[in-house]
Design a protein around this ligand. Sequence first.
Ligand code: 5GP
Ligand code: MG
Length: 181
Amino acid sequence: MTIQIDKKEFELLLEYDQIEKNIRLIGIQINVAYEKRLPVFISVLNGSFMFAADLLKEIEIGCEISFVKLASYQGERQSEQIKNLIGLNMSLQDREVIILEDIVESGNTLKQVIELVKKEKPASVAVCTLLLKPAALQHDFDEIAYVGFEIENEFVVGYGLDYNGLGRNLKDIYRLKREIP
Ligand code: 5GP
Ligand code: MG
């Protein structure tokens, strides 16, 4: 099955049934690992909204969730990029944090998110990502504890992930197949 977004053709990669199944398995692991620890999930928007909604339905232990965005702005020096987590509306001090990501490619974004979370002095930081592209990863992370799917180094859309703002609403995940001439 293929779909078209703008001038690109995408083909089915992961069906929602399979996504749901792997999310259920992650949920079980988190329920066991974090029992009585009252973790805080930090969902990194926009891409992770659907994953966060489905995963949280599988979490049966006490927990909180906060939705954040990684923003960057120009510092005092022109060359200086300052990163900031916007939307963090609670203290993470001494909390058990689980970062929820849609996808980790090079890991540059995740590295920044982890650094910003660690500045808040949490008791622990773990990362849960729906998708991981091992071949594209440029950093070593001890924090990545839960992965839904390892995928090839190719562009995907759907289930929260977009192409030019489109496709986030798709229930399944599709990979780029070809340009339409
Ligand atoms: P990284 O910093 O790990 O290289 O990339 C992370 C961000 O790039 C993700 O949060 C996501 O916004 C975007 N990204 C990476 N790979 C893909 C992909 O295959 N599809 C989409 N839609 N976004 C991606
Ligand atoms: Mg993301």
